[in-house]
Design a protein around this ligand. Structure first.
Ligand SMILES: Cc1ncc(COP(=O)(O)O)c(C=O)c1O
Length: 442
């Protein structure tokens, strides 16, 4: 008797480490085009995650394919550490052009949001001689030791924190710190830290996410980020805006921090910058980014093929008006989701900017009890019905929508219809606990 061939999920279970698995349902991807993924079992799924926002141009975009093909057909090495290559330098020039800021600035190129945030955290501390960092509870700045050290997400409770790290509550209008939806209580808390246990002259940098993504896709109330950044600037503390997930068009503007009317000292980019290829960047003052040589380098940093992908992404965002598209289609998507909220009591809140949208699920709209099990079931059922969407949040109850920036209104409508069906099925008890039990999520 011949042994039946293994499926991809079976081979994955036998072969690939659980250390890097964050699974919600049994999706095995064979390919993809535009906003759709093709699964091993022959289905076509609408991708509302875009691999956590990385596939910013959707899948197999012709501009990205052409750029990568060109870069590989006459390959300018693989690294910028010991030899200069044109695609990396011109990408740096372009990032300086599109990122607001003044004075002498530099660009550092890496290959993940984690390495970008780790680099600027280490460099800010080393260059200023100030040992401490301020960030937010729920922040996910990366999965390397140095980026986890300045993060405060529940999934990383095992990780060592930077000495003296202060993690402020994120200004969350739906679950407000100190019962103050305006967020001003967070500003007062930072003032209090500065006056007591965290003298500001000890703080090198303040890390913000203009929308807190993995902590629950939270949009801060107006003016709060600005007030916090101003308070830090008053004490010579450098602001770092982590735009890794929500930057470069996703929010409906080129930079998500633009909505907050702040001027961060440093900006970190990742995910969508490479359109699905490994690429990240830090942009900011030369004083810090030039303070030492050989301080933060990995062999493939400044890789010309990744840099070429970055060029294709920036070209396409401009040529196809993708920031505007994210704003327009995102508004239609939010409208559709709010209409769903009228019919589905599980939806407690719909929020976001452009194509960075969160749908918070609750068991009771009065008490706002997080509906974590239900969120796991909704994403599971949505996958069965042809939609890829994951959940995030410190309470594991926020559906996160970060689709390709190329998403169309028709695709947004399709997504809303599928989500509506998934919500109805979960509310009616048609998704058993046993179905989601094998998927650990987070
Ligand atoms: C806001 C933010 N910063 C940094 C990172 C880390 O990026 P990467 O996983 O590409 O290293 C993430 C990843 O989810 C993120 O959402």
């Amino acid at each position: 008797m011949t042994k039946p061939a293994s499926t991809l999920p079976e081979r994955d279970a036998r072969t690939m480490s659980r250390l890097q698995k964050l699974r919600f349902f049994p999706l095995a991807v064979k390919g993809g085009k535009g906003s759709y993924l093709h699964s091993e079992d022959g289905r076509r799924l609408l991708d509302l995650s875009a691999s956590w926002g990385a596939a910013s141009l959707g899948h197999a975009h012709p501009a990205l394919r052409a750029a990568v093909d060109r870069a590989l057909s006459d390959q300018a090495g693989a690294s910028i550490l010991s030899a200069i290559n044109e695609p990396a330098v011109s990408l740096g020039e372009r990032l300086l052009e599109i990122t607001p800021g003044s004075g002498d600035r530099r660009v550092w190129l890496g290959h993940s949001g984690s390495d970008a945030n780790e680099t600027i955290a280490r460099a800010a501390v080393a260059a200023t001689g100030r040992p401490r960092i301020v960030s937010f509870k729920g922040a996910y700045h990366g999965g390397t030791a140095g980026s986890m050290a300045i993060s405060a997400h529940s999934v990383q409770e095992h990780a060592a924190k930077a000495e003296g790290l202060v993690a402020l509550p994120y200004p969350d209008p739906y679950r407000p710190y100190g019962d103050d939806p305006s967020g001003q209580a967070v500003v007062r808390l930072l003032e209090q830290h500065f006056a007591t246990d965290c003298p500001p002259e000890q703080v090198a940098a303040f890390f913000i996410e203009p929308i807190q993504s993995d902590g629950g896709l939270i949009v801060p109330p107006p003016g709060v980020m600005r007030a916090l950044c101003e308070l830090c600037a008053k004490h010579g503390i450098l602001t770092v805006a982590d735009e890794v997930k929500v930057g470069l068009g996703r929010s409906g503007a080129m930079h998500c921090f633009g909505h907050e009317e702040i001027a961060p000292d440093f900006v970190t980019f990742g995910k969508g910058l490479g359109g699905g290829l490994p690429l990240s960047a830090v942009v900011g003052p030369a004083e810090v980014l030039d303070f030492a040589a050989t301080f933060s380098m990995q062999t493939l940093h400044g890789n010309p093929v990744s840099a070429a992908a970055g060029h294709a992404v920036l070209d396409t965002i401009a040529a196809e008006g993708l920031a505007e598209n994210a704003g327009r289609v995102g508004a239609a998507l939010q409208k559709g989701l709010r209409a769903l909220a009228d019919r589905h009591a599980l939806i407690g809140d719909v929020r976001g900017r452009g194509l960075a949208i969160g749908v918070e699920l609750v068991r009771d709209r009065e008490t706002r009890e997080p509906a974590a099990k239900e969120a796991a079931k909704v994403v599971f059922r949505a996958h069965e019905l042809g939609l890829v969407v994951y959940y995030v949040g410190m309470n594991s109850n926020v559906l996160e929508l970060t689709p390709p920036l190329t998403l169309t209104e028709a695709e947004a409508e399709e997504a809303v219809a599928i989500l509506g069906e998934a919500l109805a099925d979960v509310a009616a008890g048609r998704v058993p606990d046993a179905a989601v039990a094998p998927y650990e999520g987070w």
